[in-house]
Design a protein around this ligand. Structure first.
Ligand code: DQA
Length: 150
């Protein structure tokens, strides 16, 4: 089974970006940990990070027939982009929404997610560990579905 791990804007700066909120773990370290968990679970992970929304939409479109599901931290686009949710829907791609911080406990403009209504699940507030928890949950959910594809 293949799983896409999609990160949105400014997440390439994890480690130095507002560490009191997002921690000091870098995106490379998160991806390395996910590789270990992926090996344990027997899944192949495809990593990408975008600072341009259109490129992320194209990456989601290109997941069609290639991966069984996705983890997505869309960063600030979570709060602005119906187009990202539409892209997941267009290719019928199950996804788990991930946030390092608990967006419901933050400023009002971060409490609404355009991705949430289409998400299989949401993991928020566990910091970098949230990616691992989300991966385990997504693989378990997809494994329960016959012919999950990807
Ligand atoms: C974030 C939360 C968003 O509000 C913010 O814009 C981010 C990171 C998180 O992981 O906590 O870029 O998605």
């Amino acid at each position: 089974m293949r799983i896409a791990v999609l990160n949105g804007p400014n997440l390439n700066l994890l480690g130095i970006r507002e560490p009191a909120i997002y921690g000091r773990t870098t995106l490379a370290e998160i991806e390395a940990r996910l590789e270990e968990v992926g090996a344990e679970l027997g899944v192949t992970l495809l990593f990408s990070q975008f600072n341009e929304e259109g490129r992320m939409i194209e990456a989601i479109q290109n997941c069609h027939g290639v991966v069984a599901g996705a983890l997505v931290n869309a960063g600030a686009w979570t709060h602005t982009s119906l187009a990202l949710r539409d892209a997941f829907a267009a290719v019928s791609l199950p996804y788990v929404e991930v946030h390092l911080s608990n967006i419901q406990a933050r400023e009002p403009e971060r409490r609404h997610s355009w991705l949430a209504p289409g998400a299989l699940a949401i993991v928020a507030g566990f910091g970098a560990d949230g990616y691992e928890l989300a991966l385990r949950g997504l693989v378990r959910a997809l494994s329960a579905v016959p012919d999950a594809g990807g």
